[in-house]
Design a protein around this ligand. Structure first.
Ligand SMILES: Cc1cc2nc3c(=O)[nH]c(=O)nc-3n(C[C@H](O)[C@H](O)[C@H](O)COP(=O)(O)OP(=O)(O)OC[C@H]3O[C@@H](n4cnc5c(N)ncnc54)[C@H](O)[C@@H]3O)c2cc1C
Length: 389
């Protein structure tokens, strides 16, 4: 497994971008995030600011109007945003997974048509894989597209699709040959823009990840032109979807680092203010043990994300590295949120403080982009494949 972390060189462009993101977060997000999250309100003004910052084109190639950032820089941006408000990162993360499918598997005409509009944020969206009866087992989806001249007619349902209410387009995974064996060979992905027959039926109420829209969609004789079939060839959809998930996992892992860091930051500050038995609680050994573990976990998670992002940037196969980063960083987020709540005592349970939000936000990352059960299975399979006897 490559490990070039000690040779990290400062990158001026990366520092400039990260500086502008930090300034924006401090000025335009920190003061408003708490109230928007509690009210489950979509952050329209922040979306406009994200357009100006170029976040919707962060990983899209410059020739298509994006910033063309490396996964390493992108992961740092995601962590910084998630440290302040995790939901906000989802608005551009899921969008960029869709863009990645087009950029890596689309035809040149598709890239020219869609990517500049994705990069500017004029068209925003996400990825439509999950259905009411199929999540982890993607080959079990039932949403189907039937060819009709130059069009396909799509019928079926998708569930848990982030950015589908406020967005305009989704990368839609369907079956074009429901009888194919194995089923993945009969799956295709479309760039599906909202129109007649594309119905967002219900915004879902969630434990956390509030503010951002996650919804159910039903397709009723939704007609889509064959030019919207990614890559112009049927049967590639499963591979398009799985290909996008490597960057997606680095994304979610980076969010985990942000949430783990936020939980640690709040705990470090609070433990110096709160006194029991005549001294700040940070002087009690039981609290010190928690802080020590939380800090180590956060740093280990950051390093794993960095390692996975660098492997991705080198163009190496990195499902094992991305899986390790996703698994460890998201569990770190959940554990740190729990410990931070314990350190805050009753105040950790109060909706006036951010710790309870971190506690509600963290579990999503354990489930999304491949559950952590699946990550460990992927890691183990790769371990065996890379170390045959
Ligand atoms: C807030 C939120 C936002 C989401 N946004 C999106 C989105 O934008 N687009 C999208 O397509 N989806 C989205 N999802 C769906 C998400 O990707 C799925 O929930 C996830 O893939 C898991 O699928 P599932 O919920 O159907 O669980 P299931 O697949 O039913 O799994 C249930 C349990 O069984 C375990 N399991 C399943 N198979 C195995 C196995 N072979 N071995 C061991 N354990 C196994 C799982 O790990 C899990 O613990 C979102 C979900 C949430 C909660």
């Amino acid at each position: 497994m490559p490990n070039d972390l000690p040779n990290e060189t400062p990158n001026e462009e990366e520092n400039l971008i990260l500086d502008s993101i930090h300034r924006w977060l401090e000025k335009d997000v920190v003061p408003y995030a708490h109230d928007l999250e509690q009210a489950d309100e979509y952050p329209y003004a922040m979306v406009e600011q994200m357009k100006e910052l170029g976040l919707f084109g962060a990983t899209i190639a410059p020739e298509y109007g994006g910033l063309g950032l490396s996964a390493s820089t992108y992961a740092k941006i995601v962590s910084a945003v998630a440290e302040v408000w995790m939901s906000l990162s989802g608005i551009f993360n899921s969008h960029l997974i869709m863009a990645r499918c087009v950029q890596s598997s689309g035809t040149e005409a598709q890239k020219q048509e869609w990517l500049p509009k994705f990069a500017s944020g004029e068209l925003r969206g996400g990825i439509g894989l999950t259905e009411p009866d199929a999540g982890t087992d993607l080959q079990g989806i039932r949403c189907a597209a039937v060819k009709d001249g130059d069009y396909y007619v799509i019928n079926g349902a998708k569930s848990w699709i982030t950015n589908s209410l406020e967005g305009h387009v989704i990368g839609l995974l369907v079956k074009t040959d429901p009888k194919a064996v194995p089923p993945r060979k009969g799956m295709s992905m479309f760039i599906a823009k909202k129109g007649e027959g594309f119905n967002v039926t219900r915004k879902l109420k969630k434990l956390g990840y509030r503010g951002i829209d996650t919804a159910e969609i039903s397709f009723e004789d939704y007609r889509i032109h064959k030019d919207c079939l990614i890559g112009g060839e049927e049967g590639r959809g499963f591979y398009n979807a799985v290909g996008g998930l490597e960057l997606g996992r680095i994304n979610v892992a980076a969010r985990g680092v942000g949430v783990a860091r936020a939980a640690l930051k709040h705990a470090t500050a609070y433990s110096q203010q709160r006194k029991t038995f005549g001294k700040p609680i940070c002087e009690h050994q039981a609290i010190q043990l928690k802080l020590g573990e939380m800090a180590t976990r956060t740093e280990a998670a950051r390093l794993l994300v960095e390692q996975a992002a660098r492997a991705f940037d080198r163009g190496e196969r990195c499902d094992m590295e991305a899986g390790m980063a996703k698994y460890f960083a998201t569990e770190a987020a959940a554990k740190n949120a729990d410990e931070s709540m314990r350190i805050h005592g009753a105040y950790g349970y109060s909706c006036e403080y951010d710790v309870e939000r971190l506690y509600r936000d963290a579990p999503l990352m354990i489930i999304g982009e491949g559950t952590n059960e699946m990550q460990r299975i992927i890691i183990a399979r790769q371990l065996i494949e890379r170390n045959p006897i």
